[in-house]
Design a protein around this ligand. Structure first.
Ligand code: NAI
Length: 215
């Protein structure tokens, strides 16, 4: 597992879940929680939670537990959710439009600035408050707005070429839905690959394992 500073990616991957659970507790008006209670709620162990949070300095107080609002806030800051990473989306097809419309970018640390496609039937359409632009104008757009991240909702076959172009325009961070393993072929990129199919197959395994146990 790669490490970011001294923190392993597996710990980083748990942060959004802590953030979500703490946000729900806040909404219910819970002000304080022990690591044991939080562990029960999240189906983790208390020592796992303490270990995870200790990677960032630790936030609980012996005998008091965690202040929910403060911990929620801190975890948000650790992830950098208060930043607005300038971002573009490439491929305004079914998936790209859905993501552009439904993701809460501003609450996740991103600012979606532009959407691009190469299909003339799609260019010019409105998605959210943005108009789909011609991918040919990407260079000019990047010179002007300096996006750091791109969301790839394009077919796998075109991904290498598009990534090459994006890197030349200074975009090095990718939320990648294209099924193309770009980290293997491009050095120094920050990538989060999303494969919804993997999640579905994991569910399939679990259902079948359960059925095998049932007499
Ligand atoms: P789609 O065909 O509706 O959309 C693809 C869009 O990319 C089209 O609008 C097309 O014009 C555009 N495009 C193609 N080449 C381009 C280029 N060089 N520059 C800019 N735009 C370009 O397909 P859909 O359903 O939106 O899926 C997109 C991709 O995401 C597919 O490759 C699919 O396999 C993948 N996918 C991945 C999932 C995941 O969990 N990672 C889930 C669903 C789809």
């Amino acid at each position: 597992m790669p490490k970011y500073g001294n923190v392993s990616l597996s710990v980083i991957r748990r942060l959004p879940r802590y953030y979500r659970f703490l946000g729900e507790l806040l909404q219910k008006g819970t002000t304080r929680i022990s690591s044991r209670e939080l562990a029960q709620l999240m189906q983790l162990t208390a020592s796992q939670i303490r270990q995870d949070l200790n990677c960032f300095g630790g936030f609980g107080q012996q005998g008091y537990g965690y202040n929910v609002a403060a911990l929620h806030d801190e975890i948000g800051k650790i992830m950098g959710l208060d930043k607005r990473i300038p971002t573009i989306l490439i491929g305004a097809g079914n998936l790209g439009r859905t993501i552009a419309k439904h993701m809460k970018f501003d609450q996740s640390g991103f600012n979606l600035l532009g959407i691009f496609d190469n299909n003339s039937a799609i260019i010019g359409q409105a998605v959210r408050s943005l108009t789909v632009q011609d991918v040919q104008s990407l260079g000019r757009f990047c010179n002007e707005h300096h996006p750091r991240a791109a969301i790839l909702c394009i077919p796998r076959e075109v991904a290498p070429e598009v990534v090459e172009q994006l890197r030349a325009f200074g975009v090095n961070c990718f939320w990648n839905f294209s099924h193309y393993d770009l980290a293997l072929n491009f050095e120094g990129v920050v990538v989060e690959n999303v494969h919804l199919g993997d999640s579905l197959m994991t569910l399939c395994y679990q259902i079948n394992a359960l059925s095998d146990e049932t007499p």
